[in-house]
Design a protein around this ligand. Structure first.
Ligand code: ZN
Ligand code: ZN
Length: 470
């Protein structure tokens, strides 16, 4: 028997002693002494043991692909981009036939096809903006698009639905070996980041079938979401949920998130709704009839309103337990209460606030004073909504420990969560959503988790390591 002594946190409680036998937890309490025959393992003074964490929103294969792609996240202008591309051996970043580049968050503009052509003649480059809502193709990559792509933008900069089609086209060209490599790459990365469970959004049914085949060999547990409205097909795979980042609207960065009042910096725009109410009703009704939970991407308050309006219409007296709004960034207090009434979960990304929130961030630029209303975690928790924490990886890295930190350090002080509520988002709440034992230290469960050094009150997310006892 082994006896762990030190600070341990689980489901809102603090413990000082854990007894482990044969790799399983047999006791968790606040006794100060170890049983006589036990081997004692002491955590250091500044260490804290927390349960296994999860990431509830990842673009699974894309993350794996982008982990092998050219990373532009450190580059902030077009001229920096061009000198970087000049000095990079681009062919090392070919995935399939195309050089993939991602993470570009330009202060100025996305590069044009001609500009990319002059920097890297005849290299097919597919370069995505950090928020995933626009992309640039080089002239060589433009030429690869089949004839069904009509009215291509002359500058090679795509946004909106046309961008979605371009992404889909290049993704669908990837072969099975490339996809399996990508799956292992992201699963290993996630585990090393402390995410033992990964909610994996998959854009095509065929990819979900592939993932279901290899799932048991991966070092993490998955919950698979197929991003289609074909309920029967997904049901036949044995899944109880459908959707993911199926777009009701776009993003703030690209002025495509559907907002009820126009954008501050482009007052002629108020975003885009990609679904009609009718189409959404049919999808929700089919899901409800088949006992499937739906997850959809809605960022602006006008898109969230559409989700709620249609959900309320189809739900009648039913609770939509396990149904989710992904992101739900500009949700209003009134909408939070309606979400709580329906029993919805909100799947949120605290790292977005760290990256784009606050009075000087992108949200303030796009939304003006409304930056004070984005991601109201505190209000959501107070209303009894079950929050699920995620990264939206590849948009931000899989990193639940940082996610906990960012929820506690929300740029809007009134919306900060305390440590225990922040931890719940990435642990216990995920177990509740899955209806499985997860995210808590429980008797009979495997003794594993994450050791955090120095706590969450510092200037930046703490260091951590994976922990388990044989
Ligand atoms: Zn999304
Ligand atoms: Zn997403």
């Amino acid at each position: 028997m082994k006896c762990v002594m030190g600070k341990m946190i689980s489901s809102g409680n603090e413990y000082e002693r854990m007894l482990v036998d044969d790799g399983k937890i047999i006791a968790l309490d606040n006794e100060k002494t170890a049983p006589q025959d036990a081997e004692v393992i002491e955590l250091a003074q500044n260490q804290m043991l927390i349960p296994p964490l999860a990431d509830c929103h990842t673009h699974f294969f894309q993350t794996g692909i982008y982990l092998g792609a050219l990373d532009l996240s450190k580059i902030s202008t077009k001229s920096e981009l061009f000198s970087f591309l000049r000095w990079t051996t681009l062919n090392e970043y070919r995935i399939g036939e195309v050089v993939w580049a991602f993470g570009f968050d330009p202060q100025d503009n996305m590069p044009s096809a001609d500009e990319l052509q002059s920097i890297a003649p005849d290299v097919p480059i597919f370069l995505r903006r950090v928020d995933g809502h626009s992309c640039s193709l080089s002239s060589a990559a433009m030429k690869m698009l089949p004839a069904e792509f009509k009215n291509l933008p002359e500058d090679g900069i795509f946004s909106g639905e046309q961008q979605e089609k371009v992404v889909e086209y290049f993704l669908k060209k990837l072969d099975e070996r490339t996809l399996i490599d990508a799956a292992f790459r992201v699963a290993e990365y996630a585990k090393s980041a402390g995410a033992f469970v990964v909610h994996s959004l998959v854009p095509f049914v065929e990819w979900a079938e592939l993932l279901l085949k290899i799932e048991v060999k991966l070092p993490v547990k998955l919950e698979i979401f197929v991003e289609t409205t074909d309920v029967e097909r997904v049901k036949s795979l044995g899944l109880n949920q459908i959707g993911g980042c199926i777009l009701l609207d776009g993003s703030f960065g690209s002025h495509t998130a559907a907002v009820s009042l126009p954008y501050d910096d482009e007052p002629q725009k108020n975003g885009v709704l990609y679904f009609t109410d009718d189409k959404l009703k049919k999808f929700f009704q089919a899901a409800l009839n088949n006992d499937m939970a739906v997850a959809m991407h809605a960022i602006g308050d006008r898109a969230i309103e559409q989700y709620l309006r249609v959900a309320e219409y189809v739900a009648g007296e039913n609770s939509l337990r396990r149904w989710r709004i992904e992101h739900s960034e500009l949700i209003s207090p009134e909408q939070i209460d309606r979400a709580a009434n329906l029993g919805l979960n909100l799947s949120v990304q605290p790292a977005f606030e760290n990256r784009w929130g606050g009075p000087d961030g992108l949200y303030a630029k796009r939304l003006g004073e409304r930056w004070r209303r984005t991601n109201p975690f505190r209000r959501e928790v107070d209303s009894g909504v079950l929050l699920l924490g995620g990264s939206d990886s590849y948009i931000t890295p899989i990193d639940p420990v940082s996610g906990i930190f960012y929820a506690m350090h929300h740029p809007n002080e009134r919306q900060r969560l305390n440590f225990k509520k922040s931890l719940d988002m990435f642990s216990k709440n995920v177990g509740i959503w899955m209806g499985k034992n997860f995210g808590e230290f429980k008797i009979g469960e495997i003794a594993e988790g994450v050791i955090v050094d120095g706590g969450f009150d510092g200037e930046s997310p703490p260091e951590f390591e994976l922990w388990n006892i044989e």
